[in-house]
Write a new protein. Structure first.
Length: 258
């Protein structure tokens, strides 16, 4: 028993110290450990939270929509102002750039209605998204989002196909939009503006839709727009469609109901 123990201990010692035979010593020839692989967090989500700004105005409620291919849209529920752009993720760090649109009827501190913006922060996929934003006008602020499970609902053209109605603050109908089973969109509002375009699927596993929209007979709002939309709930599930679109120099959002 003592001999067997001695052999076992010697063998272990040789493994640990790389013992060589015939009186010659050998170096450690084991391969170095493989470098750790950093996995980038997924970017997509429907988010709710708040934003603050350095120029006052207090804290604003915010909704965010983002896609895994890097597009984002933030909409202030208090003012209607928007941030729209693209971003990249490195691990949990996120950086992005785009355009900040002042609420309709308002302006940034330099008098412009839209300006370049950048953002940087941290994202934990399908959980939290927070950081800082900066405008080229010199204004800065923060944002802080929590993930909404609403994002996990499937998307399909069948779910959005219907006749939708928009209302003013008094609850009076001011426009209609029809979306057919192929995603074709047509609409008109009380001001005589005409809308046409398409709704399409980005990823059927998630509740975010692509929009392409043309606006006619609407003065300075005329033009070709692109954006994102989501289905949400008012009285019944998926009875409300919220979307934001822009044409580069102007952006607007809408909430329409079945």
């Amino acid at each position: 028993m003592s001999l067997q123990k001695g052999i076992s201990l010697t063998s272990i010692a040789c493994v640990l110290t790389a013992c060589g035979g015939g009186g010659g010593g050998g170096g450690d020839t084991s391969a170095p450990p493989a470098p750790l692989t950093v996995v980038d967090e997924l970017h997509g989500g429907i988010w709710s939270g708040t934003t603050t700004g350095s120029q006052g105005g207090g804290t604003q409620d915010l909704i965010g929509v983002s896609t895994d291919d890097g597009r984002f849209r933030f909409l202030s529920l208090d003012t209607g102002g928007q941030f729209i752009g693209t971003s990249t993720v490195d691990g949990t760090s996120i950086t992005g750039s785009g355009i900040g649109y002042a609420p309709i009827g308002y302006a940034w501190i330099d008098g412009s209605v839209y300006t370049d913006v950048t953002l940087s922060g941290t994202i934990n996929e399908r959980s939290t998204f927070s950081g800082n934003w900066a405008a080229s006008t010199g204004e800065t602020g923060t944002f802080n989002f929590a993930y909404e499970s609403l994002h996990q609902r499937d998307s399909s053209l069948g779910l959005v196909a219907d006749t939708w109605i928009s209302f003013n603050d008094s609850g009076n109908p001011i426009g209609t939009v029809s979306i057919d089973a192929a995603g074709r969109l047509d609409g008109q509002d009380a001001a005589g503006c005409l809308y046409s375009g398409t709704v399409s699927i980005i990823d059927a596993n998630y509740n975010v839709y692509d929009l392409s929209l043309s606006v006619l007979n609407c003065s300075s709002a005329n033009g070709d727009y692109s954006g994102l939309g989501i289905l949400t709930d008012n009285v019944n599930q998926n009875d409300t469609f919220v979307y934001t679109v822009d044409k580069g120099t102007f952006a607007f959002s809408a909430v329409i109901f079945r």
